[in-house]
Design a protein. Structure first.
Length: 189
């Protein structure tokens, strides 16, 4: 009987040590994310399993082109995955099927060249007015522009809603990938 209690005590210690290691990692460093829907195709597909880096944005700001997971502003219980297009202090305008960015460095604006999108894909918005991205906000778009609910419908996303950036794709097995370098969009002046 004594051996049984020693065995149970050993299990309790292993569980406690495991939880002391796993819980902080899960809640403060990385988080799993399961892709639902086609809004990020062709970059990410329905039913892919991703790991989100929750730590990086505590030390560095998000950068244009990074793919992020964030809480949906209209229902914070839901999580979305999108790509950062507009940064704080910029204006974003979608016209003639292209994304135009206006900022201090480019007051006349530049066209965002998005090499990660299919060549024939055009980006549209209901109106062509400029959207101002306030401090602490980010303008995000899905890569599948015709099937994405994004900043065109709910506006820029506050940084406090951002969970983190995509770090790793673990499923399906034939698409395993570590995202150590982001795909940086280029621009044309």
């Amino acid at each position: 009987m004594r051996k049984f209690f020693i065995f149970i005590w050993d299990i309790i210690k292993v569980v406690c040590v495991s939880l002391a290691i796993i819980l902080p990692v899960r809640y403060y460093l990385i988080q799993p994310f399961y892709v639902k829907g086609a809004s990020m195709e062709p970059s990410f597909h329905d039913h892919e399993y991703l790991i989100v880096d929750e730590l990086s944005y505590r030390f560095n700001p998000p950068i244009r082109g990074q793919v992020i997971v964030f809480r949906y502003p209209r229902n914070p219980q839901e999580y979305f995955i999108k790509r950062i297009i507009g940064l704080p202090g910029e204006q974003v305008q979608i016209k003639d099927g292209q994304v135009h960015i206006y900022n201090q460095e480019h007051p006349e604006g530049f066209i965002l060249v998005e090499d990660y999108l299919p060549e024939d894909l055009l980006t549209y918005n209901q109106d062509e007015s400029q959207i101002t991205v306030s401090d602490g906000e980010y303008f995000v778009l899905g890569d599948n522009r015709n099937a994405s609910q994004d900043s065109r419908s709910f506006g820029p996303v506050d940084k406090s809603f951002i969970t983190g950036k995509i770090l790793f794709r673990g499923w399906p097995l034939n698409k395993i990938l570590i995202f150590d370098k982001d795909q940086w969009p280029k621009y044309q002046e």
